[in-house]
Design a protein around this ligand. Structure first.
Ligand code: 6PG
Length: 246
């Protein structure tokens, strides 16, 4: 596990964009593709807009980059709460990426469980897998909620116990929209997981996940078996850490 602390939100965004460019170059060189699943929320917006900017845009051969979502709200793709909309408006619509490289969750179907099943089919078809074989994403970019959730895996949720499905529907009373999320086994099978965490309001949860290893927190359950885990923080988010874990 690596903990990387940037002075502020701006430099955190740049550090994350540099990591993304480096991973993309490495995997495209090695496998002629770079497959990333990204989260919603507000933290990644700075990263997305940087990757679409002149400084970064042309440093990646977008023809070989494939985007999935770590989770999605079951709302129309242009809805203000859509994770795909955030990704599209800040990045996808500004880069020369082939449409077949974009793997959104189908939120135009009759139910969130059908959306999860179709997403799972898309994942299996893309990775050429079947049965219980897990896909291996090159990178899964995650955020963390103040309650310790990550993707749409919330504390106490049955979804945390899912071991067979690749993508699952999440419906609960505390969240406005039903959601589709990658399951924990898929996240833990990634080659690289980056937690991107910014702001004072995340300092306590970051400390709990990094120093207390509290397994009641979904983010604490993200421990890639054979992959690398990075916590990319700004100073404010890391302000309650006693010492930097190894
Ligand atoms: C979602 C996200 C979610 C997010 C965290 C952090 O769909 O809501 O995937 O898991 O990463 O809630 O969100 P912020 O970056 O806005 O703090």
């Amino acid at each position: 596990m690596k903990v990387l602390i940037s002075p502020d939100a701006e430099s955190l965004g740049r550090a994350a964009a540099d990591m993304f460019v480096a991973f993309a170059a490495e995997y495209i060189e090695e496998k002629e593709r770079f497959v990333a699943a990204v989260s919603g929320g507000s933290t990644p917006i700075k990263l997305f807009s940087l990757l679409a900017s002149g400084d970064y845009r042309d440093r990646i051969d977008w023809r070989y980059v494939h985007f999935f979502l770590a989770d999605e709200r079951f709302v129309p793709a242009d809805h203000e709460d859509s994770n795909y909309r955030v990704l599209n408006e800040n990045l996808l619509s500004k880069i020369p990426i082939p449409s077949e490289n974009l793997h959104a969750v189908r939120t135009d179907v009759s139910s969130v469980s059908l959306a999860a099943a179709l997403y799972e089919d898309d994942i299996r078809s893309f990775f050429g897998i079947s049965g219980y074989t897990l896909p291996q994403f090159d990178l899964i970019l995650l955020g963390i909620g103040e309650d310790g959730h990550t993707a749409s895996l919330f504390p106490g949720s049955d979804a945390l116990a899912e071991r067979d499905r690749l993508a699952i529907s999440v419906i609960d009373q505390t969240h406005e929209h039903p959601r589709v999320t990658l399951s924990l086994p898929v996240i833990n099978n990634a080659e690289n997981v980056i937690f991107l965490i910014s702001g004072e309001q995340k300092a306590l949860i970051t400390k709990r996940v990094l120093e207390e290893r509290d397994d009641t927190l979904p983010a604490s359950l993200v421990r890639p078996e054979n992959g690398h885990r990075y916590f990319m923080l700004d100073k404010k988010a890391g302000s309650m850490l006693l010492e930097l874990p190894e």
